[in-house]
Design a protein around this ligand. Structure first.
Ligand code: FE2
Length: 163
């Protein structure tokens, strides 16, 4: 397998992961209790649909198909995330669990895109690198927003305990 083929397989895996996330996010939107978190998930769903489109574009440029690979890692992460959805916690503590599940998704994607950008750069795939970097930027923003929300929740809960 050439480096180029390894790259294609990783991009197929990312494509599978993004499609799984498109399917999973509506559940998170439905279950999140906090409005800001709900809106954040909705916004990320729109972005994720765009991530799928960008990967499709890269495959078109390379005259290849994006399908044919299942991202087992994302399957596992989302499977574990489902357990959080079934918890009967209320309010912030429930959302804190959702944020944990969503953060794992983001970090997994960030690892995949960071690797892909490094290898695509080495292969001189300039257009692909631009598209991958746009997506990586959005994944990183989402990770940061999740972290901010988590801190807000935790500050509130510390205040409540102190009162
Ligand atoms: Fe994504």
């Amino acid at each position: 397998m050439s480096l180029h083929d390894v790259m294609l397989e990783e991009l197929r895996s990312l494509y599978s992961a993004e499609n799984q996330i498109v399917k999973a996010l509506p559940k998170l939107i439905k279950h999140a209790k906090n409005e800001e978190l709900k809106n954040g998930f909705s916004q990320h769903l729109a972005q994720t649909e765009e991530h799928v489109e960008r990967l499709k574009k890269i495959f078109e440029q390379l005259d290849q198909k994006p399908t044919g690979k299942d991202c087992k890692g994302m399957e596992g992460i989302l499977e574990e995330g489902k357990e959080v959805l079934n918890e009967d916690e209320s309010g912030d503590s429930y959302d804190v669990g959702l944020i944990g599940a969503a953060s794992r998704v983001e970090h997994y994607e960030i690892a995949g895109y960071t690797w892909a950008i490094t290898v695509a750069t080495a292969l001189g795939m300039k257009e692909a690198v631009t598209l991958l970097e746009e997506t990586l930027g959005e994944e990183e923003e989402t990770r940061d927003e999740l972290e901010d929300l988590l801190n807000q929740f935790l500050e509130r809960s510390v205040k409540r305990t102190a009162a």
